[in-house]
Design a protein around this ligand. Structure first.
Ligand code: ARG
Length: 462
Protein backbone atom coordinates (compact mmCIF):
# COMPACT_ATOMS: atom_id res chain seq x y z
CA UNK A 1 0.00 0.00 0.00
CA UNK A 2 1.10 3.54 -0.67
CA UNK A 3 0.39 6.27 1.80
CA UNK A 4 -0.30 9.99 1.51
CA UNK A 5 2.20 12.29 3.14
CA UNK A 6 2.07 15.90 4.26
CA UNK A 7 5.39 16.51 2.60
CA UNK A 8 4.43 14.82 -0.71
CA UNK A 9 4.35 18.10 -2.74
CA UNK A 10 7.94 17.81 -3.89
CA UNK A 11 7.75 14.14 -4.83
CA UNK A 12 6.70 12.53 -8.11
CA UNK A 13 6.17 9.07 -6.67
CA UNK A 14 4.44 7.90 -3.53
CA UNK A 15 6.58 6.39 -0.80
CA UNK A 16 7.24 2.67 -1.16
CA UNK A 17 5.19 0.86 1.44
CA UNK A 18 8.19 -0.96 2.96
CA UNK A 19 10.04 2.33 3.20
CA UNK A 20 6.96 3.78 4.79
CA UNK A 21 6.96 1.10 7.49
CA UNK A 22 10.69 1.40 7.99
CA UNK A 23 10.49 5.15 8.34
CA UNK A 24 7.45 5.24 10.57
CA UNK A 25 7.70 5.83 14.30
CA UNK A 26 4.03 6.10 15.24
CA UNK A 27 4.03 2.62 16.77
CA UNK A 28 6.34 3.85 19.53
CA UNK A 29 6.12 7.63 19.57
CA UNK A 30 2.32 7.59 19.96
CA UNK A 31 2.89 7.54 23.69
CA UNK A 32 4.00 11.18 23.42
CA UNK A 33 0.53 12.27 22.26
CA UNK A 34 -0.07 14.39 25.32
CA UNK A 35 3.23 16.21 25.07
CA UNK A 36 2.67 16.75 21.35
CA UNK A 37 -0.80 18.17 21.89
CA UNK A 38 0.10 20.40 24.85
CA UNK A 39 3.14 21.66 22.98
CA UNK A 40 0.98 22.46 19.97
CA UNK A 41 -1.59 24.23 22.14
CA UNK A 42 1.09 26.48 23.62
CA UNK A 43 2.50 27.13 20.14
CA UNK A 44 -0.93 27.96 18.71
CA UNK A 45 -1.72 30.29 21.60
CA UNK A 46 1.56 32.12 21.01
CA UNK A 47 0.94 32.37 17.24
CA UNK A 48 -2.42 33.97 18.02
CA UNK A 49 -1.01 36.34 20.65
CA UNK A 50 1.75 37.45 18.30
CA UNK A 51 -0.70 38.04 15.46
CA UNK A 52 1.08 35.43 13.31
CA UNK A 53 -2.20 33.60 12.70
CA UNK A 54 -5.73 34.95 13.25
CA UNK A 55 -6.89 34.86 16.86
CA UNK A 56 -10.02 32.87 15.89
CA UNK A 57 -7.89 30.23 14.23
CA UNK A 58 -5.63 30.02 17.25
CA UNK A 59 -8.65 29.57 19.51
CA UNK A 60 -10.23 26.98 17.26
CA UNK A 61 -6.96 25.04 17.06
CA UNK A 62 -6.61 25.00 20.84
CA UNK A 63 -10.20 23.93 21.37
CA UNK A 64 -9.93 21.17 18.79
CA UNK A 65 -6.60 19.93 20.11
CA UNK A 66 -8.23 19.62 23.53
CA UNK A 67 -10.98 17.53 21.93
CA UNK A 68 -8.45 15.35 20.15
CA UNK A 69 -6.64 14.81 23.45
CA UNK A 70 -9.80 13.78 25.22
CA UNK A 71 -10.82 11.53 22.31
CA UNK A 72 -7.47 9.76 22.47
CA UNK A 73 -7.77 9.35 26.22
CA UNK A 74 -11.31 8.03 26.06
CA UNK A 75 -10.36 5.62 23.29
CA UNK A 76 -12.70 7.15 20.68
CA UNK A 77 -9.77 8.18 18.54
CA UNK A 78 -7.12 5.61 17.75
CA UNK A 79 -3.71 6.17 16.24
CA UNK A 80 -3.49 5.73 12.51
CA UNK A 81 -0.62 3.33 11.78
CA UNK A 82 -0.31 5.01 8.38
CA UNK A 83 0.62 8.32 9.98
CA UNK A 84 4.39 8.69 9.90
CA UNK A 85 4.68 9.77 13.49
CA UNK A 86 2.68 11.24 16.34
CA UNK A 87 3.35 14.81 15.17
CA UNK A 88 1.90 14.12 11.70
CA UNK A 89 -0.98 12.20 13.18
CA UNK A 90 -2.13 15.01 15.44
CA UNK A 91 -1.75 17.63 12.75
CA UNK A 92 -3.59 15.52 10.18
CA UNK A 93 -6.41 14.86 12.62
CA UNK A 94 -6.63 18.55 13.45
CA UNK A 95 -6.79 19.49 9.79
CA UNK A 96 -9.39 16.81 9.11
CA UNK A 97 -11.53 18.37 11.81
CA UNK A 98 -11.11 22.10 11.13
CA UNK A 99 -9.55 22.44 7.66
CA UNK A 100 -7.56 25.60 6.91
CA UNK A 101 -7.27 26.71 10.52
CA UNK A 102 -5.60 23.38 11.29
CA UNK A 103 -3.17 23.89 8.42
CA UNK A 104 -1.99 27.11 10.11
CA UNK A 105 -0.71 25.36 13.23
CA UNK A 106 2.64 24.42 11.70
CA UNK A 107 3.54 28.05 10.95
CA UNK A 108 6.95 28.99 12.37
CA UNK A 109 7.65 25.47 13.58
CA UNK A 110 9.22 22.27 12.32
CA UNK A 111 8.89 18.63 13.19
CA UNK A 112 12.47 18.66 14.41
CA UNK A 113 11.28 21.29 16.83
CA UNK A 114 8.32 19.18 17.85
CA UNK A 115 10.18 15.97 18.41
CA UNK A 116 12.80 17.81 20.44
CA UNK A 117 10.07 19.37 22.57
CA UNK A 118 7.89 16.30 22.99
CA UNK A 119 10.71 13.95 23.90
CA UNK A 120 12.11 16.44 26.38
CA UNK A 121 8.73 16.91 28.05
CA UNK A 122 8.14 13.16 28.11
CA UNK A 123 11.52 12.39 29.67
CA UNK A 124 11.08 15.25 32.15
CA UNK A 125 7.75 13.87 33.33
CA UNK A 126 8.78 10.25 33.61
CA UNK A 127 12.13 10.94 35.20
CA UNK A 128 10.32 12.99 37.85
CA UNK A 129 7.99 10.04 38.45
CA UNK A 130 10.97 7.76 38.90
CA UNK A 131 12.38 10.23 41.39
CA UNK A 132 9.14 9.95 43.40
CA UNK A 133 9.35 6.18 43.28
CA UNK A 134 12.93 6.27 44.53
CA UNK A 135 11.86 8.58 47.37
CA UNK A 136 9.17 6.05 48.34
CA UNK A 137 11.78 3.30 48.37
CA UNK A 138 14.06 5.39 50.58
CA UNK A 139 11.16 5.90 52.99
CA UNK A 140 10.65 2.14 53.12
CA UNK A 141 14.33 1.57 53.88
CA UNK A 142 14.35 4.27 56.52
CA UNK A 143 11.25 2.80 58.16
CA UNK A 144 12.73 -0.66 58.30
CA UNK A 145 16.04 0.65 59.60
CA UNK A 146 14.20 2.30 62.53
CA UNK A 147 13.34 -1.19 63.80
CA UNK A 148 16.83 -2.62 63.46
CA UNK A 149 19.19 -0.19 65.14
CA UNK A 150 20.27 -3.00 67.46
CA UNK A 151 20.00 -5.95 65.07
CA UNK A 152 23.63 -7.01 64.92
CA UNK A 153 24.78 -8.76 61.77
CA UNK A 154 28.09 -9.46 60.11
CA UNK A 155 29.43 -6.91 57.68
CA UNK A 156 31.47 -8.45 54.87
CA UNK A 157 34.47 -7.81 52.71
CA UNK A 158 35.27 -10.32 49.96
CA UNK A 159 31.97 -11.90 51.08
CA UNK A 160 33.84 -13.07 54.19
CA UNK A 161 32.53 -12.07 57.58
CA UNK A 162 34.51 -8.98 58.56
CA UNK A 163 33.16 -6.77 61.34
CA UNK A 164 29.84 -6.46 63.13
CA UNK A 165 27.34 -3.87 61.92
CA UNK A 166 23.58 -3.60 62.30
CA UNK A 167 20.85 -4.29 59.78
CA UNK A 168 19.87 -0.62 60.01
CA UNK A 169 23.39 0.48 59.15
CA UNK A 170 23.59 -2.04 56.34
CA UNK A 171 20.39 -1.10 54.51
CA UNK A 172 20.97 2.59 55.06
CA UNK A 173 24.03 2.22 52.85
CA UNK A 174 21.54 1.66 50.02
CA UNK A 175 19.45 4.64 51.14
CA UNK A 176 22.60 6.76 50.79
CA UNK A 177 23.17 5.54 47.22
CA UNK A 178 19.53 6.16 46.37
CA UNK A 179 19.65 9.68 47.83
CA UNK A 180 22.53 10.41 45.48
CA UNK A 181 20.44 9.00 42.62
CA UNK A 182 17.67 11.40 43.59
CA UNK A 183 19.98 14.40 43.52
CA UNK A 184 21.40 13.26 40.20
CA UNK A 185 17.86 13.19 38.81
CA UNK A 186 17.20 16.65 40.23
CA UNK A 187 20.35 18.02 38.60
CA UNK A 188 19.41 16.49 35.26
CA UNK A 189 15.85 17.80 35.48
CA UNK A 190 17.15 21.30 36.08
CA UNK A 191 19.59 21.06 33.21
CA UNK A 192 17.05 19.74 30.71
CA UNK A 193 14.35 22.22 31.59
CA UNK A 194 14.91 24.62 28.68
CA UNK A 195 12.59 24.94 25.73
CA UNK A 196 13.87 23.82 22.32
CA UNK A 197 10.71 24.92 20.45
CA UNK A 198 11.35 27.90 18.21
CA UNK A 199 14.56 26.37 16.91
CA UNK A 200 12.62 25.65 13.72
CA UNK A 201 14.21 23.06 11.45
CA UNK A 202 17.56 24.31 12.76
CA UNK A 203 17.74 28.07 12.12
CA UNK A 204 14.64 29.46 13.86
CA UNK A 205 12.21 31.51 11.82
CA UNK A 206 11.53 34.95 10.45
CA UNK A 207 8.15 35.13 12.17
CA UNK A 208 8.09 37.21 15.35
CA UNK A 209 7.61 34.27 17.71
CA UNK A 210 7.80 34.67 21.47
CA UNK A 211 9.68 31.63 22.75
CA UNK A 212 9.86 32.87 26.35
CA UNK A 213 6.08 32.89 26.76
CA UNK A 214 5.86 29.34 25.34
CA UNK A 215 8.59 28.25 27.74
CA UNK A 216 6.63 29.64 30.63
CA UNK A 217 3.37 28.07 29.50
CA UNK A 218 5.02 24.65 29.29
CA UNK A 219 6.81 24.85 32.64
CA UNK A 220 10.34 25.41 31.34
CA UNK A 221 12.87 27.59 33.15
CA UNK A 222 13.93 29.34 29.95
CA UNK A 223 14.64 28.78 26.27
CA UNK A 224 17.56 27.01 24.63
CA UNK A 225 20.05 29.59 23.41
CA UNK A 226 21.17 28.03 20.14
CA UNK A 227 18.69 26.75 17.58
CA UNK A 228 21.12 24.23 16.06
CA UNK A 229 21.70 22.80 19.51
CA UNK A 230 17.98 23.04 20.24
CA UNK A 231 17.06 20.45 17.62
CA UNK A 232 20.23 18.35 17.93
CA UNK A 233 20.61 17.99 21.65
CA UNK A 234 19.80 14.61 23.14
CA UNK A 235 22.11 15.06 26.13
CA UNK A 236 19.12 14.89 28.41
CA UNK A 237 18.39 11.37 27.09
CA UNK A 238 22.02 10.35 27.54
CA UNK A 239 22.14 11.89 30.98
CA UNK A 240 18.85 10.34 32.04
CA UNK A 241 19.93 6.93 30.78
CA UNK A 242 23.26 7.28 32.61
CA UNK A 243 21.49 8.17 35.82
CA UNK A 244 19.09 5.26 35.36
CA UNK A 245 22.00 2.92 34.68
CA UNK A 246 23.69 3.97 37.92
CA UNK A 247 20.39 3.69 39.78
CA UNK A 248 19.89 0.20 38.38
CA UNK A 249 23.42 -0.74 39.44
CA UNK A 250 22.36 0.08 42.98
CA UNK A 251 19.10 -1.81 42.58
CA UNK A 252 20.93 -4.79 41.14
CA UNK A 253 23.43 -4.91 44.01
CA UNK A 254 20.60 -4.62 46.53
CA UNK A 255 18.72 -7.38 44.69
CA UNK A 256 21.79 -9.57 44.79
CA UNK A 257 21.93 -9.16 48.57
CA UNK A 258 18.24 -10.02 48.88
CA UNK A 259 18.79 -13.13 46.76
CA UNK A 260 21.70 -14.21 48.93
CA UNK A 261 19.91 -13.33 52.16
CA UNK A 262 16.89 -15.48 51.44
CA UNK A 263 18.99 -18.53 50.54
CA UNK A 264 19.12 -21.29 53.17
CA UNK A 265 22.84 -20.62 53.44
CA UNK A 266 22.20 -17.12 54.78
CA UNK A 267 18.56 -17.19 55.92
CA UNK A 268 18.77 -13.53 56.98
CA UNK A 269 15.36 -12.59 55.60
CA UNK A 270 12.16 -14.15 54.43
CA UNK A 271 10.27 -12.69 51.50
CA UNK A 272 6.52 -12.39 51.71
CA UNK A 273 4.72 -15.17 49.81
CA UNK A 274 3.12 -12.57 47.57
CA UNK A 275 6.56 -11.55 46.38
CA UNK A 276 8.12 -14.95 45.79
CA UNK A 277 7.41 -17.70 43.33
CA UNK A 278 7.43 -21.47 43.41
CA UNK A 279 9.04 -24.06 41.20
CA UNK A 280 7.11 -26.16 38.70
CA UNK A 281 8.87 -29.31 39.89
CA UNK A 282 10.43 -28.75 43.31
CA UNK A 283 7.67 -28.29 45.88
CA UNK A 284 9.98 -26.91 48.56
CA UNK A 285 11.16 -23.94 46.50
CA UNK A 286 10.42 -20.32 47.26
CA UNK A 287 12.28 -18.25 44.73
CA UNK A 288 13.27 -14.58 44.82
CA UNK A 289 12.22 -14.01 41.19
CA UNK A 290 11.41 -10.34 41.72
CA UNK A 291 14.90 -9.53 42.92
CA UNK A 292 16.40 -11.63 40.14
CA UNK A 293 14.36 -9.79 37.53
CA UNK A 294 15.44 -6.43 38.88
CA UNK A 295 19.04 -7.63 38.70
CA UNK A 296 18.41 -8.89 35.17
CA UNK A 297 16.65 -5.78 33.94
CA UNK A 298 19.69 -3.78 34.93
CA UNK A 299 21.20 -5.27 31.76
CA UNK A 300 18.61 -3.79 29.43
CA UNK A 301 18.94 -0.36 31.03
CA UNK A 302 22.70 -0.48 30.39
CA UNK A 303 21.74 -1.55 26.86
CA UNK A 304 19.60 1.55 26.42
CA UNK A 305 22.44 3.77 27.54
CA UNK A 306 24.85 2.18 25.08
CA UNK A 307 22.24 2.41 22.31
CA UNK A 308 21.77 6.12 22.93
CA UNK A 309 25.46 6.90 23.18
CA UNK A 310 26.17 4.96 20.01
CA UNK A 311 23.31 6.52 18.04
CA UNK A 312 24.51 10.00 18.91
CA UNK A 313 28.28 9.67 18.68
CA UNK A 314 28.78 10.22 14.96
CA UNK A 315 25.96 12.59 14.10
CA UNK A 316 26.74 15.87 12.44
CA UNK A 317 24.51 18.80 13.40
CA UNK A 318 21.61 19.30 13.26
CA UNK A 319 18.72 16.79 13.11
CA UNK A 320 19.36 13.38 11.55
CA UNK A 321 16.81 10.63 11.28
CA UNK A 322 19.09 8.39 13.35
CA UNK A 323 17.72 10.33 16.28
CA UNK A 324 14.36 8.63 15.89
CA UNK A 325 16.15 5.61 17.41
CA UNK A 326 16.50 7.46 20.71
CA UNK A 327 12.90 6.94 21.72
CA UNK A 328 12.55 3.21 22.17
CA UNK A 329 15.80 3.14 24.12
CA UNK A 330 14.92 5.90 26.55
CA UNK A 331 11.29 4.76 26.85
CA UNK A 332 12.38 1.22 27.66
CA UNK A 333 14.79 2.47 30.31
CA UNK A 334 12.17 4.74 31.90
CA UNK A 335 9.48 2.02 31.83
CA UNK A 336 11.62 -0.68 33.31
CA UNK A 337 13.28 1.37 35.99
CA UNK A 338 9.89 2.58 37.22
CA UNK A 339 8.55 -0.98 37.29
CA UNK A 340 11.62 -2.26 39.11
CA UNK A 341 11.68 0.41 41.80
CA UNK A 342 7.96 0.15 42.56
CA UNK A 343 7.87 -3.61 42.86
CA UNK A 344 11.17 -3.79 44.73
CA UNK A 345 9.78 -1.31 47.26
CA UNK A 346 6.80 -3.53 48.00
CA UNK A 347 8.97 -6.62 48.19
CA UNK A 348 11.34 -4.88 50.60
CA UNK A 349 8.50 -3.48 52.67
CA UNK A 350 6.88 -6.87 53.20
CA UNK A 351 9.99 -8.96 53.86
CA UNK A 352 10.76 -10.28 57.34
CA UNK A 353 14.18 -9.74 58.86
CA UNK A 354 15.31 -12.74 60.91
CA UNK A 355 17.08 -10.95 63.71
CA UNK A 356 18.19 -14.10 65.55
CA UNK A 357 19.79 -15.54 62.40
CA UNK A 358 21.65 -12.28 61.84
CA UNK A 359 22.87 -12.40 65.41
CA UNK A 360 23.97 -16.02 65.13
CA UNK A 361 25.88 -15.27 61.94
CA UNK A 362 27.55 -12.35 63.68
CA UNK A 363 28.71 -14.55 66.54
CA UNK A 364 30.65 -16.78 64.13
CA UNK A 365 33.62 -15.87 62.02
CA UNK A 366 35.53 -13.87 64.65
CA UNK A 367 34.17 -10.57 63.43
CA UNK A 368 35.22 -9.08 66.78
CA UNK A 369 38.90 -9.91 66.19
CA UNK A 370 39.73 -6.28 65.32
CA UNK A 371 38.17 -5.25 68.62
CA UNK A 372 40.31 -7.78 70.49
CA UNK A 373 43.42 -6.27 68.86
CA UNK A 374 42.14 -2.76 69.61
CA UNK A 375 41.75 -3.77 73.26
CA UNK A 376 45.48 -4.54 73.44
CA UNK A 377 46.28 -1.27 71.64
CA UNK A 378 44.20 0.67 74.14
CA UNK A 379 46.28 -1.08 76.81
CA UNK A 380 49.58 0.05 75.40
CA UNK A 381 50.60 -2.37 72.63
CA UNK A 382 51.51 -1.13 69.16
CA UNK A 383 48.76 -2.11 66.67
CA UNK A 384 50.97 -4.46 64.62
CA UNK A 385 51.93 -6.48 67.74
CA UNK A 386 48.33 -6.55 68.90
CA UNK A 387 47.28 -7.71 65.41
CA UNK A 388 49.79 -10.57 65.47
CA UNK A 389 48.83 -11.77 68.95
CA UNK A 390 45.14 -11.70 68.04
CA UNK A 391 45.93 -13.71 64.92
CA UNK A 392 47.52 -16.38 67.10
CA UNK A 393 44.49 -16.38 69.40
CA UNK A 394 42.16 -16.83 66.42
CA UNK A 395 44.25 -19.78 65.16
CA UNK A 396 43.96 -21.29 68.61
CA UNK A 397 40.17 -20.73 68.64
CA UNK A 398 39.84 -22.43 65.26
CA UNK A 399 41.87 -25.42 66.45
CA UNK A 400 39.89 -25.74 69.67
CA UNK A 401 36.53 -24.75 68.20
CA UNK A 402 36.09 -21.81 70.54
CA UNK A 403 34.98 -18.20 70.16
CA UNK A 404 36.70 -15.11 71.54
CA UNK A 405 33.82 -14.67 73.98
CA UNK A 406 34.35 -18.21 75.33
CA UNK A 407 38.10 -18.14 76.05
CA UNK A 408 39.11 -18.06 79.70
CA UNK A 409 41.24 -15.21 80.99
CA UNK A 410 44.07 -17.69 81.51
CA UNK A 411 43.89 -18.69 77.88
CA UNK A 412 44.03 -14.99 76.91
CA UNK A 413 46.93 -14.39 79.25
CA UNK A 414 48.88 -17.30 77.78
CA UNK A 415 49.08 -15.20 74.59
CA UNK A 416 49.70 -11.84 76.25
CA UNK A 417 49.86 -10.89 79.94
CA UNK A 418 48.21 -7.52 79.22
CA UNK A 419 44.77 -9.17 78.93
CA UNK A 420 42.38 -8.53 81.84
CA UNK A 421 38.64 -9.01 82.31
CA UNK A 422 37.97 -5.91 80.23
CA UNK A 423 38.60 -8.00 77.12
CA UNK A 424 35.16 -9.60 77.45
CA UNK A 425 33.50 -6.22 77.24
CA UNK A 426 35.72 -5.35 74.28
CA UNK A 427 34.72 -8.41 72.26
CA UNK A 428 31.02 -8.23 73.14
CA UNK A 429 29.31 -7.79 69.76
CA UNK A 430 26.93 -5.06 70.84
CA UNK A 431 29.86 -3.15 72.36
CA UNK A 432 31.85 -3.65 69.16
CA UNK A 433 29.03 -2.02 67.23
CA UNK A 434 28.20 0.73 69.66
CA UNK A 435 31.85 1.60 70.16
CA UNK A 436 31.96 2.66 66.53
CA UNK A 437 30.06 5.84 67.09
CA UNK A 438 31.99 8.18 64.84
CA UNK A 439 29.97 9.86 62.10
CA UNK A 440 29.01 7.24 59.57
CA UNK A 441 29.53 4.36 61.99
CA UNK A 442 27.25 1.44 62.86
CA UNK A 443 26.62 2.48 66.49
CA UNK A 444 22.95 3.09 67.16
CA UNK A 445 23.62 6.77 67.95
CA UNK A 446 25.43 7.26 64.64
CA UNK A 447 22.78 5.46 62.61
CA UNK A 448 20.12 7.49 64.45
CA UNK A 449 21.82 10.61 63.14
CA UNK A 450 21.91 9.07 59.66
CA UNK A 451 18.20 8.31 59.85
CA UNK A 452 17.39 11.84 60.99
CA UNK A 453 19.35 13.33 58.08
CA UNK A 454 17.61 10.96 55.72
CA UNK A 455 14.18 11.95 57.08
CA UNK A 456 15.10 15.57 56.55
CA UNK A 457 16.17 14.82 52.97
CA UNK A 458 12.83 13.12 52.35
CA UNK A 459 10.73 15.78 54.09
CA UNK A 460 12.46 18.52 52.08
CA UNK A 461 11.10 16.80 48.98
CA UNK A 462 7.51 16.27 50.12
N1 ARG B 1 9.66 10.86 13.93
C1 ARG B 1 10.78 11.74 13.90
C2 ARG B 1 11.70 11.41 15.07
O1 ARG B 1 11.30 10.72 15.93
C3 ARG B 1 10.31 13.13 14.01
C4 ARG B 1 11.22 14.19 13.42
C5 ARG B 1 11.24 14.10 12.00
N2 ARG B 1 11.89 15.14 11.37
C6 ARG B 1 12.33 15.00 10.12
N3 ARG B 1 12.85 15.99 9.58
N4 ARG B 1 12.19 13.88 9.49
O2 ARG B 1 12.85 11.79 15.11
Amino acid sequence: MQSKKMWEGRFKKALDSKVNDFNSSISFDQRMYKEDITGSMAHAAMLGRQGIIPKEDSELIIKTLAEILSDIESGTLSFDPEAEDIHMFVEAELTARIGDAGKRLHTARSRNDQVALDTRMYVRKHLAEIKDSVLTLIWAIEKKAENHLESVMPGYTHLQRAQPVTFAHYVMAYAQMLMRDVTRIEDALNRMNYLPLGSGALATTTYPIDRESVAEALGFDGVMQNSIDGVSDRDYCLESASILAILMTHMSRFSEEIILWCSSEFGFIELDDAFSTGSSIMPQKKNPDIAELVRGKCGRVYGSLITLLTVMKGLPLAYNKDMQEDKEAIFDALDNVKLCIDIFTQMFDTMTVRVSVLRRAASKGFINATDCADYLVKNGLPFRDAYKITGQIIAYCIDTDKTLEALTLDEYKSFCPVFENGVYEAVDLMNCVNGRKVTGGPAAVSVRKQLDDCIKFLNDRK
